[in-house]
Design a protein around this ligand. Structure first.
Ligand code: PBG
Ligand code: ZN
Length: 323
């Protein structure tokens, strides 16, 4: 014998499928939704073809379609027009996210799982994820406001809340509030290792939430670090996060891989707006290429170690797998 023949394991599709280590299933996917006030709205986001801003009536229709395609978990973002210095509409009883939660739970009850993004950048006039005091991030006031926001989501029907402001102590602050107010069953999916990435740019156009001064580098993670990401994850687990997240996904597969080896809680990866937009641009309307690129990227995220993937491609996966 002179050399090994690994090609035997690639000889037929059946053998390749038999020996494939990584499999994609719709049940591990979360689809984000962007919701606006109003009626009969379904407007496509220019930098993200195929992704829309929905008013609640049209959202109900689309969620039904997603459920029929095997996607049952949704990450809800509300687009608020009345932005203020303190972002107080984030926890209004009749805020956009709160209304969406009630409408969806009313119609779908436990057939769907609802996770809400808990942050202030979509609600503050300065666009930062935090309360600002004389141009400085006020961490400890912000985590109280985030807890109030998470509580208002729980009261409106959220199953999980997902703090994404990258404030120190945000997970513990929310956990305490939920427990004290009778929502011990509501979980936390923490945006734990969230990097100061340029891949969020299509998303920020949707919300017009780019910071009006400075940037997010004093709270989101420095892209050069990986040890610190492990600390962010570890501390969030200590603060009782149920699910932890790495974000973005594709440029951060090393972080996902390391996190999977170190921790035992479910690990989510956020395949962000810029990652979606890049594939859409490269495919440029070629559906076959788009499918192949999207599947390759999602399989890579799963292979790196993500248990759960948040992706704008989620709705297509069911049909792509069965083809
Ligand atoms: C809010 C938030 C952002 C994203 C999710 N939650 C934007 C940001 O931090 O600027 C990005 C999602 C995406 O790009 O798909 N903090
Ligand atoms: Zn934010």
């Amino acid at each position: 014998m002179e050399y090994n023949r690994l090609r035997r394991l690639r000889s037929t599709k059946a053998i390749r499928d038999l020996t494939a280590q990584t499999n994609i299933e719709t049940k591990n996917f979360i689809l984000p939704y962007f919701v606006v006030e109003g009626e009969k709205i379904k407007s496509e986001i220019i930098s993200m073809p195929g992704i829309y801003r929905f008013s609640i009536d049209n959202l109900l229709v689309d969620v039904k379609d997603s459920v029929s395609k095997g996607i049952k978990t949704f990450l809800i973002f509300g687009i608020e027009e009345n932005k203020t210095k303190t972002g107080s509409s984030a926890y209004a009883r009749n805020g956009i996210i709160q209304k969406v939660l009630r409408a969806l739970k009313d119609k779908f009850a436990d057939k769907i799982t609802l996770i809400t993004d808990v942050c202030l950048c979509g609600f503050t006039d300065h666009g930062h994820c935090a309360i600002i005091n004389s141009e400085k991030i006020d961490n400890d006031t912000t985590i109280n406001v985030l807890a109030k926001t998470a509580l208002s989501h729980a009261q409106a029907g959220a199953d999980f809340t997902a703090p994404s402001a990258m404030m120190d102590g945000q997970v513990l602050s929310i956990r305490r509030m939920l427990d004290n107010q009778g929502y011990a069953d509501v979980g936390i999916m923490a945006y734990s290792a969230k990097y100061a990435s340029n891949l969020y740019s299509p998303f920020r156009d949707i919300f017009d939430s780019s910071p009006k001064f400075g940037d997010r580098q004093t709270y989101q993670m420095d892209i050069r670090n990986s040890n610190q990401a492990m600390l962010e994850l570890e501390y969030d687990i200590q603060e009782h996060a149920d699910i932890v997240m790495v974000k973005p996904a594709l440029f951060y597969l090393d972080i996902i891989c390391k996190a999977k080896q170190l921790f035992n809680v479910p690990l989510a990866a956020y395949n962000v707006s810029g990652e979606y937009a890049m594939i859409k641009k490269l495919a440029d309307g070629n559906e076959k290429l788009e499918k192949a690129l999207a599947m390759e990227s999602l399989i890579s995220i799963k292979r790196a170690g993500a248990d759960i993937i948040i992706s704008y491609f989620a709705k297509n996966i069911g049909s792509w797998i069965s083809e």
